[in-house]
Each structure stands twice: as structure tokens, then as C-alpha cells.
Design a protein around this ligand. Structure first.
Ligand SMILES: [Fe+2]
Ligand SMILES: [Fe+2]
Length: 144
């Protein structure tokens, strides 16, 4: 049986790979591919956040009665990453090779730290707290 942790860590990896492809293209000056890859990454990351914010976290909060704990911290970090993505969108739109590297580095570090907290602490707690993880994974797979 797939756990929430296995399913969501695989989606983190998928987002990481899209991010790395966009970053490599833009670093090489290939804006044509880089812009498309960046948009793919940004869309997949938003899908991931939506799975957590509208399906996974509410079910965990309902099951444990915990509203102000780790999920609230994760939601705040999502907002930080969204504002970084917005900044990078502007740099990508204007093909700003000076702004992109610093902003994307900051996003990558923030994402790595966030994902590590989820994979090492939050997802294991969720796997232990929720009885029917298969049903939640099925719901999240539908979320676009
Ligand atoms: Fe998250
Ligand atoms: Fe996540």
C-alpha cells in the first residue's frame, strides 16, 4: 500500500525535476524552452500546494483536531514560495538573466527545507493519524 509520504515525496521529486530543467535551460540562455519549462514547474507546484491545502491538510486537521500546528506553518511557507514564484514569473517574462539566478536559488533552498519537514515529520504523522490513506491519495490524484 502506498503511503501519503511515498506518494507526496514522489510529487516533490517531480516538481524538483521540472524546476531543474527550467533552471538549466535559462542558465544556458535557452529562454524558449526555459519559459515553457518554468511554466510547467509553476503549474505543478501549485497543483501540489492545492493537494495539500484543500485535501490533505484539512483531513488531517479534522482527524486530529489540530488547526494551529504544523499544517499552519506549512501553509505560511506555501505563501512565501508563491510570492517567490511570482517574483520569478516577472523575471522570466522579461527574460531577466540577472534576477533569475538569485531568486531561483532562494526558492530552491526554501522548497528543499519545506519538503524535508513534510517528508520527515508531517507526512509520517499524517500516515499514522488517518485510517484510509488510499482514499486521500485517490482524491489528491484528481486534484489539478
Ligand atoms: Fe507543502
Ligand atoms: Fe509537499
Amino acid at each position: 500500500m502506498t503511503t501519503i509520504n511515498v506518494f507526496m515525496a514522489a510529487h516533490h521529486k517531480q516538481c524538483d525535476n521540472l524546476f531543474a530543467a527550467a533552471e538549466a535551460s535559462i542558465a544556458a540562455g535557452d529562454w524558449d524552452n526555459g519559459v515553457t519549462q518554468w511554466q510547467e514547474f509553476a503549474a505543478e507546484l501549485e497543483t501540489h500546494f492545492a493537494r495539500e491545502e484543500s485535501i490533505l491538510f484539512p483531513q488531517f486537521e479534522a482527524a486530529t483536531g489540530s488547526m494551529g500546528g504544523p499544517t499552519q506553518m506549512m501553509r505560511m511557507e506555501h505563501e512565501q514560495m508563491r510570492s517567490l514564484v511570482n517574483e520569478i514569473n516577472k523575471a522570466v517574462d522579461s527574460k531577466d538573466k540577472d534576477q533569475f539566478p538569485g531568486l531561483s536559488e532562494t526558492l530552491m533552498i526554501t522548497m528543499q527545507q519545506h519538503n524535508m519537514k513534510e517528508e520527515q515529520m508531517l507526512y509520517p504523522m499524517i500516515d499514522q493519524s488517518l485510517p484510509d490513506t488510499a482514499e486521500i491519495i485517490a482524491q489528491m490524484s484528481q486534484q489539478k
